[in-house]
Ligand binder design. Sequence first.
Ligand SMILES: Cc1cc2nc3c(=O)[nH]c(=O)nc-3n(C[C@H](O)[C@H](O)[C@H](O)COP(=O)(O)OP(=O)(O)OC[C@H]3O[C@@H](n4cnc5c(N)ncnc54)[C@H](O)[C@@H]3O)c2cc1C
Length: 451
Amino acid sequence: MAAPAFLTEPERKTAVGGDYEVVVLGGGPAGIAAAAGAAKHGRRTLLIERYGFLGGMGTAAGVTNFCGLHANVHGEIMQVVHGVADELLDRIDHLGGLNEPHLVLGKTHAQAYDTAAYKLAADDMLISLGVDILFHALAVGVVMERDGRIRALVVETKSGRMAMLGQVFIDCSGDGDLAAFAGARFEKGDMLYPTMMFRVNNVDPTAAGEAWKTVPALMQAAEKRGETFPRKGAILRPQKHTTEWRVNVTQVKDADGRAVDGTDARALSSGEIDGRKQARAFFEFLKREAPGFADAYIVDIPPQLGIRETRRIVGLETLTAEHVTGCADFADTIGVNGWPLEMHVAGDVVWRWPDIPGSRGYNHLPYRMLIPTTAAGTAFDNLLVAGRCASMTHEGQSAARVSGACFVMGEAAGTAAHLSLAGNTACADIAAIRLQKTLENGGAFLGRSEY
Ligand SMILES: Cc1cc2nc3c(=O)[nH]c(=O)nc-3n(C[C@H](O)[C@H](O)[C@H](O)COP(=O)(O)OP(=O)(O)OC[C@H]3O[C@@H](n4cnc5c(N)ncnc54)[C@H](O)[C@@H]3O)c2cc1C
């Protein structure tokens, strides 16, 4: 007999696991900043994370590098993301885990970090602000009060299924899980390709030199001899302790050659295996061909495949490629993005920058891109979405998905949750000017004045 397509589970009661003012799903850069943004105004805040540590793709996928904290402002590279991000950077630095900023493609800066220091710093910062953190909890559904208003987020844990009550919910899951459970509109079309990051140790840094410049030429020479690589362009850089390097070179496809879908469990499973296989193959090439890597070993393949893009919610405003390359202004700015379009397309990485040095090098991020819409096209009352699943086009997301913009969106969402509770209004109805003043008082740069 053929297996049935569905089974009906018995109805059951779900225990209430807690009652909070603000419930944040996801502990990546957006979720860390969202929880901090709400808790620093005294809001009873819960952060839910499926792993046992914070950092999101930064730690779980081994990214180990902050992009988007800086912009090229008329030819001068400056840090343009502040607020909560400053405190986190200070704490990582204090633990000895933060590199000096390094130059990217001669145009802007990025800043590497050690995963252990990031995890510790994020724990310490959120605990010091009084955030309640629930690790090892996978969000699986919502209970709605009515259309457009959420009552509880349901999680599965080792101690059972629980409903977490909240007054405002912030989806920082990267995949828009909470928003999708609640019936928000989203898009998922062409996606940026995922990468399995890995780190190697025991590199001879002097012999390796500027390997990020020389290894691509070695790859081209190997291709002429018939070797193949999953993509062009190797991002290969030293960490704080210069015998340890991160390697960002793999590209993981499904059977049809499209980007593996990070919301498809079976595709993700084969993607993990394929990603590790690619990492091993590239490591063998490095060891054999690249000066300084002969005695290296793989010190870490991270807990999960690095997912750049899945669902993008459809909000009241949508960030586009033109907004990024044209350095757009928005009246409801909550902070800025200085990272260019970085499109991980099939077999390659394609970059598009604002005019350098002709422009100020950053665009505003509007508050309305954090406000999801229901099937009827109206704003949710008590749901915000921050991070890589906020309202952006595929191209716009290729820029503002990086950590800098995720910190900005998260802090704004947490602060907006506080203001909506303070004013007893829907999230969409808070006055942008109050949000902006509150963020600026907390040290954020909104791009309302030139740097
Ligand atoms: C390979 C790769 C390289 C990258 N390189 C860089 C770089 O060099 N610099 C840079 O700044 N950015 C880089 N990025 C982008 C950046 O890391 C991410 O876009 C950024 O981390 C997104 O932040 P986020 O908070 O929106 O989501 P994420 O970092 O994805 O965090 C989401 C969190 O939510 C949790 N979560 C998800 N669903 C659930 C659920 N249902 N229940 C419970 N928890 C859940 C996840 O475990 C995760 O911790 C890279 C990304 C990848 C994949």
